[in-house]
Design a protein around this ligand. Structure first.
Ligand code: NAP
Ligand code: MG
Length: 480
């Protein structure tokens, strides 16, 4: 880019010295870090540099069994007997420690996941703390939550989470479970275990009774062992629709309660009366936030034909200003792709997009020589039949389709097996209401996108899963 010689940002890296990463980690079971029974381990790396960050234990079926036993013991002897008021004190304490140690958590999250520090610092960590504050407030008011006069916990919750928002997904799972009196066994994703292990230390610091929270690291096999364990009363999962289906099959015919948060292919609809600059910011936030590793990402832009050229021109100009690179740099907008596997998947689907006849465009950007990187990319000339319009790419890749009438916009938006989220950009309140009512999506954002709040329920229709997390609705999955 010619402009680069005229003006560029000086490096502004956050110090990684604020966090101590141990060379190896045990499993967090019964309030202590313990070695896995089989002694197996794996490495977690920084996707931005491929540097090994730590050696992490791989929990076997036997280890999962020990964790479930610890959780059961804590449930029966301590946690389910404690008053809601007492439980809330622990949750408030955890929330405050998350705030106190926010810098450490943000740096660790960006190192292990590859996301920009400004997102881990301003979104992931504050929202994780907010979730604990919010559910701490519910713990002593459950009889007023609309689930009867004396709501009871379920028991032991087995929770399996993905790599895109490691600490935040942990908070979404653990905070409501604990507030309702359940104990948990949680497995973070294989590529992003470190903030969950730091959270385990925070549980110790908060004097949480041993066994209330257990963290078992590992890969898909560890997740399977949690889901299949016969003494687990509730399974909560966030991840791919494919694994979600396997889990639904495993728990079918048991009396386990299940919530599944799966994939998405959200439509972001821009009408001709939308304020264009704001809409462009919303499109960028919708698909390039967190490298597009977002289940509710606005990955299908539906733009009204009469303004399509103008919107696309301004979008491309804006994309050329996105800074891709070091996740720890405070000026970085787009960080590293989380893993080599995910990068391969994004590359493959983008090639399919080209071979199916869509036109691909990325701004000129220098990508680092090590690590996993993909430039912000937009595909135009996309039709509904193209795979890049139907499948979740889970990367910084936007597919653009056009429409002429509001009815056509809604038809195209709903033409998907998913139904997690959607966005509407227009100046008219009546049109927002008209469109939102017709969209089959769990969340519809109007003149904004990717806004989250612990008080607001989140979840999907169809292949995006079932059950809601967040808000009062989020309690339901943890109450008998
Ligand atoms: P995933 O493969 O479904 O993994 C999610 C979690 O489940 C991880 O902790 C994973 O362990 C574990 N797991 C894998 N196989 C399992 C099994 N048979 N039983 C129980 N647990 C199992 O998803 P992913 O690898 O994170 O991402 C793949 C795709 O999932 C993405 O491309 C995207 O389409 C979708 N996704 C959706 C969301 C969302 O929020 N809705 C979030 C992330 C990903 P490992 O980490 O060891 O694989
Ligand atoms: Mg990692």
């Amino acid at each position: 880019m010619a402009d680069k010689n005229v003006f560029d940002y000086a490096p502004a890296p956050e110090s990684r010295a604020v966090v101590d990463i141990r060379s190896s980690y045990g499993l967090f079971v019964g309030g202590e870090f313990v070695d896995p029974v089989g002694g197996r381990s794996f490495k977690t790396i920084s996707p931005a540099t491929e540097e090994v960050l730590a050696e992490v234990s791989e929990a076997s079926e036997h280890d999962v069994d020990l964790a479930v036993k610890a959780a059961r013991k804590a449930y029966t002897r301590v946690w389910s007997r404690m008053s809601g008021r007492e439980r809330s004190k622990y949750l408030f304490r955890i929330a405050r420690i998350l705030q106190e140690r926010s810098r450490e958590l943000a740096v660790l999250e960006s190192l292990d996941n590859g996301k920009p520090i400004k997102e881990s610092r301003d979104v992931d960590v504050p929202l994780a703390a907010a979730h604990f504050f919010y559910y701490a407030g519910w713990a002593d008011k459950l009889e007023h939550a609309g689930f009867g006069p004396d709501p009871q916990p379920l028991g032991v919750a087995g929770q399996v989470i993905p790599w895109n928002f490691p600490l935040l997904m942990l908070a979404w799972k653990i905070a409501p479970a604990l507030a309702c009196g359940n104990t948990v066994v949680l497995k973070p994703a294989e590529t992003t275990p470190l903030t969950a292990l730091l959270f385990a230390e925070i549980c110790q610091q908060a004097d949480l009774p041993p066994g209330v929270v257990n963290i078992v690291t590992g890969a898909g096999g560890t997740g399977r062992a949690i889901v299949a364990h016969e003494d687990v009363d509730k399974v909560a999962f966030t991840g791919s629709t494919e694994v979600g289906r396997l889990i639904a099959r495993t728990v079918a015919g048991t009396d386990k309660k299940v919530t599944l948060e799966l994939g998405g292919k959200a439509a972001n609809i821009v009408f001709d009366d939308a304020p264009v600059d704001q809409a462009v910011e919303g499109i960028v936030n919708g698909i390039f936030f967190n490298q597009g590793h977002v289940c509710c990402a606005g990955s299908r832009l539906l733009v009204q034909e009469s303004v399509a050229d103008e919107v696309l021109e301004r979008l491309k100009r804006r994309m050329a200003t996105l800074r891709v690179g070091d996740p720890l740099d405070k000026n970085t907008d787009v960080g590293a792709i989380n893993s080599a596997e995910q990068l391969a998947k994004i590359r493959q689907l983008s090639e399919v997009g080209e071979s199916e006849g869509a036109e691909r465009w990325s701004p000129a950007c220098d990508l680092p020589s090590h690590g996993f990187w993909f430039p912000p990319t937009v595909f135009t000339g996309v039709s509904q039949a193209h795979r890049i319009a139907r499948e979740e790419i889970f990367g910084p890749v936007l597919s653009v389709l056009t429409f002429r009438t509001p009815t056509e916009a809604v038809e195209k938006a709903n033409n998907t097996p998913f139904g997690l989220s959607a966005g509407v950009w227009t100046d008219k309140g009546s049109r927002i209401l008209w469109t939102a009512e017709k969209l089959r999506a769990g969340v519809v954002w109007a003149n904004t996108f990717n806004k989250f709040d612990p008080t607001s329920p989140f979840g999907g229709y169809q292949e995006s899963g079932y059950g809601r997390e967040g808000g009062r609705h989020g309690l339901e999955g943890y109450i008998r």
